[in-house]
Design a binder for this molecule. Structure first.
Ligand code: CTP
Ligand code: MG
Length: 240
């Protein structure tokens, strides 16, 4: 399932991020194709911007998608809600679900297959991740413009930057999303930024497999410049 309903505020003004172009096709089309490249993927459910469902259906129709079954639903106000709405469109007999950001258009199929392989191998929740280049510090957040006191520096060797697709036993993912929804209705619930975070919150085990530097998320304008360069390099090397 592909959450694609975000506005892309950090990327700046323009169309919703998933519909912004990279090498002549929308980010979303790249992301769906990247999943569809895996032989194990049978169905792709896209959570589109709520007012852009018809547009997304049209886009996906016009960019042929290797004969995979593609469905489009309206996404929600948060990523978590978009994923939950997408999950509801996945048949119950489906055993394994991947959740993949539309904003990660260039994930190599090897990463997709590694995540699927680890779920097939018995893990309930799997995330692809890469080591960090930067040292990370925890700070006491301060008002804008004020220096922020450092609290501590986690050992970088134990840190990973997490990507998507994240892979799950479908039942487990549906269960943690349902729990989070009912807790949110009661005014509580976890504040997490990825799906594996929900599994962790409810005490489940999550495991990491190697991600890939090309699975980066297009978040800020510079990321789009990098994505164009990676795509151009791929197209050039495919030509030889
Ligand atoms: N997403 C979604 N529904 C939302 C918010 C986000 O489906 N209500 C999706 C985005 O479309 C994106 C993925 O979640 O594919 C990762 O989110 P992020 O990179 O934060 O994208 P945006 O929320 O669009 O960007 P920003 O936070 O800069 O506004
Ligand atoms: Mg966001």
């Amino acid at each position: 399932m592909v959450p694609a309903a975000g506005r892309g505020e950090r990327l700046g003004p323009g169309a919703p991020k998933a519909l912004r172009e990279l090498g002549g096709a929308p980010l979303l089309v790249h992301a769906v194709r990247a999943l569809a490249r895996s032989r194990s993927v049978g169905l792709v459910v896209v959570a589109a911007p709520p007012n852009g469902v018809a547009e997304v259906v049209g886009l996906l129709d016009s960019h042929g998608l290797d004969g995979k079954d593609v469905r489009v639903v309206a996404g929600g106000a948060t990523r978590q809600e978009s994923v939950r709405l997408g999950l509801a469109a996945i048949p119950e007999q489906t055993e394994i679900v991947l959740v993949h950001d539309a904003a990660r258009p260039l994930v190599p199929v090897e990463v997709v297959d590694a995540v699927i392989g680890a779920v097939r191998g018995g893990a309930g929740a799997v995330v692809p991740a890469v080591p960090l280049a930067d040292t990370v510090k925890r700070v006491e957040p301060a008002e804008a413009g004020r220096p922020e006191p450092v609290l501590d520096t986690p050992d970088r060797a134990t840190l990973r930057a997490v990507q998507t697709p994240q892979g799950f036993r479908r039942e487990l993912l549906a269960e943690v999303h349902a729990k989070a929804l009912s807790e949110a209705a009661a005014g509580g619930g976890p504040a997490v930024t990825d799906d594996a975070g929900l599994v962790e919150w409810y005490g489940g085990q999550v495991v990491v497999v190697p991600g890939h530097e090309e699975a980066f998320k297009v978040t800020r304008p510079l990321d789009l410049v990098l994505a164009e360069a990676v795509l151009a390099r791929r197209r050039a090397s495919d030509g030889f």
